[in-house]
Design a binder for this molecule. Sequence first.
Ligand code: SF4
Ligand code: F3S
Length: 103
Amino acid sequence: AIDSNFEQSREQVGEEDGVAVWGPVEPPEKQGIRGTHVAVDFDICLADGACLEDCPVDVFEWVDTPGHPESERKANPADEDQCIDCMLCVDVCPVDAIDVDPG
Ligand code: SF4
Ligand code: F3S
């Protein structure tokens, strides 16, 4: 499961399209955690897609991660600012790749 303490245990190494990237990142095998309020551990995500289907405000969008051992695409929390803290995504992800931190 994603480390809900990632903001302490990891370093932010960059930002992609306004979404924070928390290391370590060594593409293609290591993609790190994306997002802060809504965080997805790309190294755990296996592209199940339930989060994209169920999020009522469409926070997530697919990004391609060719060559990653778990899956070739990931759920990027591109619109995390829209999150209404319903926690559905956290509940439906089969591998607990998502952490939402209700402010
Ligand atoms: Fe979407 Fe709810 Fe998850 Fe926020 S907590 S990203 S609103 S499913
Ligand atoms: Fe990935 Fe879990 Fe969504 S596996 S696509 S974060 S439901």
